[in-house]
Design a protein around this ligand. Structure first.
Ligand SMILES: Cc1ncc(COP(=O)(O)O)c(C=O)c1O
Length: 400
């Protein structure tokens, strides 16, 4: 009999984490690989945040903290919501986990009964469906069509809500498409949710600050305060402060849900590292003066990649409003042959052959629930991005 529990048969390892591992192996074997798979900014964590961590170590801030996070960090989070989103939260309505990922996991573990449905707009962040399945819920997908900028409409949402719907996930700006919902587009969705009082909203705002041009970010509760009592807002430090390795994410929502999530966490990780919490507190309380230049750099990269990809025969790429991903379609490539005769049947074949032929690592759309596409994370230097796009161009031109 297998040592592995049957519940594991419901999930698969994260495709993006797997790709990062593969890229590391190929590089170690001496191949010249450009990895565009990892969803993390390439900037260093700002110095004032690192300094706070060093001070915390020296001050002996190295012991257990409360399960939901230190008082100082939760206060800083409440201030962030007031300052940036004009939302009032109290300390018991806030929880901190080992990254946003753990906060979402805690929420599902704390709230889902077997068979509860969770609506997940596709394309989606790879982990949502698996986390739902691990918590015995049932993911229900609704397609954000490319001709609607990869966003879902109110009508589509209305059509998939059933008496079993427990949650809807929203992620704006989105991983993997960079699509972001305007205030009006959110209103269309929140109006639907107002007609379904038993459905909860989990809004993943982790890319809140990574938006371009004149795009204005809103979290849904700013648009519809009537949803406050059944909304969990997910946010975190990984993307905005370039702190992926520090593992800090947080959630804000109704106190009874937060309490249940804290119970889950108290029996798993207890809390994220006390030193990371000190750094995360300084991050939120400090100046965000590094951000405009980061966003400007990301925007330049986005424009570079979109324009280079749109010059490739067989690819088309939308210009997203946020995050640091593009999600080009490779529909025009499907059915073509690689030199040697193998046919590219789908986007997984496309990314596998691209990696083999040109050493560019991107993630297949199949992992995010909308094919035939692939995701590029452009959080890397202009030089590497140019090189990667030239390699993609060469690869596509080599097909017949
Ligand atoms: C949409 C989205 N949500 C949540 C996360 C979780 O990030 P972390 O666990 O590093 O906070 C990520 C990370 O890639 C993400 O892209």
């Amino acid at each position: 009999m297998s040592i592995v529990a049957s519940r594991l048969s419901r999930i698969k390892p994260s495709a993006t984490n797997a790709l990062t591992g593969k890229v590391g192996e190929l590089k170690a074997a001496g191949r010249n690989i450009i990895g565009l798979g990892a969803g993390e900014p390439d900037f260093d964590t700002p110095d004032y945040i690192k300094d706070a961590a060093i001070e915390a170590i020296r001050a002996g801030d190295t012991k257990y903290t409360p399960v939901p996070g230190s008082v100082a960090l939760r206060k800083a989070i409440c201030c962030k919501f007031k300052r940036e989103n004009n939302l009032n939260f109290t300390m018991d309505q806030v929880t901190v986990g080992c990254g946003g990922k753990q906060v979402i996991f805690n929420a599902f573990m704390a709230s889902l009964e077997e068979g509860d449905e969770v609506i997940i707009p596709a394309p989606y962040w790879v982990s949502y469906p698996d986390m739902v399945a691990l918590a015995e819920g049932t993911p229900v997908f609704v397609e954000g069509r490319e001709d609607n900028g990869f966003k879902i409409t109110g009508e589509q949402l209305e059509a998939v809500i059933t008496p079993k719907t427990k949650w809807i996930m929203l992620n704006s700006p989105s991983n993997p498409t960079g699509a972001a919902y305007s205030g009006d587009e959110l209103k269309e969705l929140t109006d639907v949710l107002m007609r379904h009082p038993n459905v909860w909203l989990l809004t993943d705002d982790i890319y809140e600050h990574v938006v371009y041009d004149d795009f204005k970010f809103f979290t849904p509760c700013q648009i519809e305060p009537g949803l406050r009592h059944r909304t969990l807002i997910l946010n975190g430090h990984s993307k905005v402060f370039s702190m992926t390795g520090w593992r800090v994410g947080y959630g804000a929502g109704p106190a009874d849900l937060i309490k249940a999530m804290n119970n889950v966490q108290s029996q798993s990780t207890t809390h994220t590292c006390s030193i990371s919490q000190a750094a995360a507190t300084a991050a939120l309380n400090g100046p965000m003066d590094f951000l405009p230049s980061w966003i400007n750099t990301f925007k330049g990269r986005r424009d570079l990649v979109v324009s280079m990809l749109n010059q490739v025969n067989g690819l088309t790429c939308l210009t997203p409003d946020g995050a640091f991903y593009v999600y080009p379609s490779c529909e025009g490539i499907i059915g073509k042959k690689v030199p040697g005769g193998k046919i590219i049947e789908n986007d997984t074949d496309f990314v596998t052959n691209l990696l083999e032929a040109e050493g560019v690592a991107v993630v297949q759309g199949a992992a995010f629930g909308l094919e035939p596409h692939f995701r590029i994370s452009y959080a890397t230097s202009d030089e590497l991005l140019k090189d990667a796009c030239e390699r993609i161009h060469r690869f596509c031109d080599s097909l017949s």
